[in-house]
Design a protein around this ligand. Sequence first.
Ligand code: XMP
Length: 511
Amino acid sequence: TVLVVDFGAQYAQLIARRVRECHVYSEIVPSSMPVEEMLARKPKAIILSGGPSSVYAEGAPAVPRGLFETGVPTFGICYGFQAMAQALGGEVAHTGVGEYGGTELTVAREGVLLSGLPSALKVWMSHGDSVVAAPRGFAVTASTAETPVAAFEDPAKGLYGVQFHPEVLHSEHGQAVLKHFLDAAGCRPNWTMLNIVEDAVTAVQAQIGPEGRAICALSGGVDSAVAAAIVQRAIGDRLTCVFVDHGLLRKGEAEQVERDFVAATGVNLRVVDAADRFLDALSGVTEPEEKRKIIGREFIRVFEDEQRAIMKDGPVDFLVQGTLYPDVVESGGGTGTANIKSHHNVGGLPEDLRFELVEPLRTLFKDEVRRAGEELGLPPAMVWRQPFPGPGLGIRIIGAVTADRLDILREADAIAREELSRAGLDREIWQCPVVLLADVRSVGVQGDGRTYGHPVVLRPVTSEDAMTADWARVPYDVLSRISTRITNEVREVNRVVIDVTSKPPGTIEWE
Ligand code: XMP
């Protein structure tokens, strides 16, 4: 394990991911964690992350006491670099000139970290203070125009640091710098997908035991599918999956779960066709929050009915959830304390369900979950599915939800997805909701006749994490094909418009 000590969450997660990309397992721990607790995790190496603070600032997070005396190889990045310099007797000064963005780094001597790299590199900087003198015994290996000490190391003690951010893509050879540190620390690249899946299966077996039974709600999304597939490998038919088909999925998605997922995993699946029930409950409802509440409520009711039916064959004590590592870190669970938070990734399961949670994806990032899904042989369309909201198409019809309107939207959405995929834009675009303005009509002309149909809105966005987003600059010819096909093939739609609002101020979804 490599521990990434978190001085500022945004950087720590990225560093942990980059370490894992070197096939070395890494975990994030808060900078408040005592050193004994860190050592209990038997770290092969420790990385101190960057952070927003100045080492001089009041309340600046301190390096855990005794960390540099542990003998564990340690790598300080940006804030971590300055904190290391300060703690070991070097000098950090507020020079008044910061460096932000792309900066030229001059390599003075290669040493360990910069071994084999060019003598000048463009790296990404973001700092106000600078290290002006390295601690005794450290070799200064690089500088920039404004920073006399931009990298240092004392390989005999296993201590290394750089002012720049090797974890960001804009830093040339950043990954090589990280790899050099991991190699020097003796970290072997054995964190592979096969091992990850096998370890997860073993852990689930240990948690559930030889007799225990578990249930899992499948949503059609990648997280619940991969979580279920892992648990199925671990306990076979003692897992029952419940798929509540609320009738608000996109074209082909219900079949993906019912047929392809079962074929790929052999999972024991109960499908509940609850489309009519959801439609009834949604009848005439136009207010977005009300729609969400109704969908969440109906989902729980159906799930609880199923749960009761499954319990007739014996007790079920475990509930499988597709909670991911970023959720765990953000809810403070990264410290290993029993902070079990039930995440509502499928319509919202109630908090008081009396189950012990099984969360086989708790240590994984999204891209790792997708690769685990591939390793498990899940259908590619499921593994690479873009984000889709739990309430589904119910919140993409502006106006009341009806079966006819769902059919219209499903067709238009399928065309947009097909054309975006065909243009090779799936990885570039975060997602592209298609929204039906069901209460709006406009006049058109088709053939020789007047039409009076509905518009659909295309909402293609780019994003890193859905918290912020920009509208995607989809090439005109692709937009044109989507528009032509939708207006030709979906009779009720006679106009296609595009949403060019960023988030904020707009949200990604329209409701
Ligand atoms: P907004 O519209 O808030 O969406 O910008 C951000 C991201 O979250 C998805 N989304 C949801 N996902 N249940 C979900 O599981 C929901 O109720 C829900 N609402 C929005 C949305 O698709 C986007 O990726």
